[in-house]
Design a protein around this ligand. Structure first.
Ligand SMILES: [Fe+2]
Ligand SMILES: [Fe+2]
Length: 222
């Protein structure tokens, strides 16, 4: 079922948007961040019912949705949302996926994380292919302002917070042109894959921490 869900999404996006990469990425980014909203909704609901509290999971998943929001804002700045039909398709599929992942996360959280690991892996492959095929053209174009703000000039707390796979130095990527921006988006997708993988581990409910919480735990006591 998980592979079918991912397969339908990939097939629709790849078939309908074969020759329109930026609208394709706009649709992908609109739909692919929705599962994080589903996770957050269920986690909040669990807290409200007093079932269990996992504040670090809320932080990380919100930071993941914040990262995907900025991918979406970049695609919008590049004009990916100009046609109403693209916005309509993206939002319709997003609505459907929101409820599917809510049900999946309630019944089987590990499967919901596995689903997102596959989606993020697909996103990585899509951006990687696009970079390989359009390198020269992308290097000749400027970086969108929203990307400069998110990756370099703004507050990077949220940027660090979703990357649970970063154990040594935090990522501080270049953002000198549009090629760099797509490299950064691609690498973000890989970081999501690592975080989704970490969420599926047997003892994750006990050990999973946000990067800032983990750094605080490891900081020497003065
Ligand atoms: Fe993304
Ligand atoms: Fe993603």
């Amino acid at each position: 079922m998980i592979r079918l869900l991912v397969g339908v999404l990939v097939f629709v996006i790849n078939t309908v948007y074969r020759d329109r990469p930026i609208p394709r990425f706009y649709v992908l980014e609109t739909v692919a961040r929705v599962p994080y909203f589903s996770y957050l909704s269920v986690l909040h609901f669990s807290e409200t019912l007093g079932l269990w509290r996992k504040s670090d999971w809320l932080k990380v998943h919100f930071a993941e949705s914040w990262n995907e929001l900025h991918h979406l804002l970049i695609m919008e700045e590049l004009g990916g949302d100009k046609m109403w039909i693209d916005r309509f398709l993206a939002r319709s599929v997003a609505l459907l996926y929101y409820w599917i992942v809510i049900i999946l996360y309630v019944i089987h959280p590990k499967a919901a994380y596995n689903f997102m690991e596959l989606v993020e892996g697909h996103a990585y492959d899509s951006y990687n292919k696009y970079l390989t095929e359009n390198a020269d053209e992308l290097k000749a174009q400027p970086a969108p302002q929203i990307a400069i703000q998110y990756y370099r000039d703004g507050d990077l707390y949220m940027f660090d917070e979703f990357q649970t796979g970063q154990k040594l130095e935090p990522r501080r990527p270049s953002v000198n042109n549009l090629y760099d921006v797509f490299v950064n988006i691609r690498d973000d997708e890989q970081e999501h894959v690592k975080t989704m993988f970490a969420c599926q581990q047997t003892n994750a409910q006990l050990t999973f921490k946000s990067p800032h919480s983990q750094a605080q735990l490891e900081a020497p006591i003065s």
